[in-house]
Design a protein around this ligand. Sequence first.
Ligand code: F6R
Length: 610
Amino acid sequence: MCGVVGYIGGRDAVPVLINGLTKLEYRGYDSAGVAVLNDGRINICKTKGRIQNLQDKLLVNPLQGHVGIGHTRWATHGVPSDENAHPHPSGDRKIAVVHNGIIENYMEFKEELEAKGYKFLSETDTETVANLIDDYYRSGMDILDAVFKVLDRIEGSYALGVLCSDFPDQLIAARKDSPLVVGIGDGENFIASDMPAILNYTKNVYLLDDKEVALIKADSVKIFDADRNEVKKDVFTFDWDIEAAEKNGYDHFMLKEIFEQPKVVKDNLSRRFDSNGKVTLDGIKLGKEELANINRIYICACGTAYYAGLIGKYLIERMVRIPVNSEMASEFRYKEPLIDDKTLMIVVSQSGETADTLAAMRLAKEKGARVMGIVNAVGSSIAREADDVLYTLAGPEIAVASTKAFSAQVVAMYLLTIHLAQELGKMDEKTTMEIKGYMEELPSLVNNILAKVPVIQRLTQKYIGSKNVFYIGRGLDYIVGMEGSLKLKEIAYLHSEPYAAGELKHGPIALIEDTTLVVGIVTQEELFEKTVSNIREVKARGARVLAIAMEGNKEIEKYADDVFYIPRTHWMLAPLLANIPQQLFAYYMALGLGNDVDKPRNLAKSVTVE
Ligand code: F6R
């Protein structure tokens, strides 16, 4: 949730840290700070608010030095304030710490340290870590031993950057259940909780594994496992362009990412089908034999990724005819799920670091399941721990609201469904070739929808005063509505609910009044008549209706106030197209309401705490 960055080398540390924090601001933006070591002293500048506030403060009180750590925060313990902002120093400023994650048992240490005379200036769990390292260090331990000792005692998750004023030539980093990489430069090194923070300087990194600790100097990096044995790691090279983490002329990352979708869809389809229509998924070793050994499938994820999983469940059940349980990762662990070595667990995640998804996956693995990750972030924890990985080639997604990653996940679900159907003899060549033909059209169909931005802008202007928004549909249309509703909530802050159209009469129709907007999704032709009767019911109660339908469906114009047409396609591919106007609708609604689209309130990208 928070962003961590660190630098050691020949450059002035502050500009490097600020540059990194700006790139990480999507991970948290309620306060920010930097600590720099100079002349044996740790100097700290931190403040409530955005990185710009920190930059303004640094203009008045500039900091200099060649080693430093920085942080942008999404508050967990304590309100956003100057005091609670990171970095946190120990009482005498010998140690300074930045931290992403949650230390669950910090109260225990706080009391212990208070009894020894330590005073606490913040309400955070992180300050206890700084003081605890200080306490062990003062007792005569080597600084690295002191860090290890603290890591042995703390419970929870962390990506930590640690400075000690007695060691101006080194920086210590550690991680558990929270991402952290060590960036490798020439005569300089970095740490970052996410790659965009250091992409300007290097693409080469060491991916730290859980409980590893790195001792970083300008010209060397040593990594130790939890038993303090030095480990040799391979250098991992990211092939992302620097431009991928820039806005490139768009007003917001979200809009840029929406417009990247034709390319994302194309990249995800490229080289997947052979000339006979057979789907090959690199990284997935699930042939007939392996599938014969599987009697239960779970698809587990959070938020938008969960909705992509629901599309996967629908398609696999309908087209491959095997039952699939789709589960929210945050619920999964607490229901004693039925898992054994005949279970296939599919986890879906953009970041590959979502705490609940990771925990669900680990539980399944522990109980013997085979685990498949459908992941965007290369080298992330889920990607590294899964048995099979299907990468969703969407490039870095910076906007908090997920758009292109969802489209890539949906394409992955299409491919997986076809792959499973082919392996189990449930799809003949004629059907495959037909779907393949439709899929190859998808990038240009997405482009056609993006060309209709002015239509969406006009619709948002018309409906901007709505007090409540219902997204209704049946089957795949209902699932797409869930994603549309989530986007509207998270960036437009509009109350909205997705509802299976047939369920309205069982209660929620009581909420319909003339300030209600109902988005009726009617791309599934076999369900059209049914959904239309529900649309008529809400119209009769005063709601205004905006429909999303496939081109050629003139009938819907009789019942809806407005219709947004998506190009005609195969029924299974309609969710991908129907979601694009929903993304644009949420975007322009949020803009119209004056919201900060890329940094919506209370949210942060990548939920690495439970
Ligand atoms: C919504 C959104 C979130 C994420 C969810 C899972 O726009 O971004 O709902 O989809 O937090 O994140 P990942 O996919 O990183 O596991």
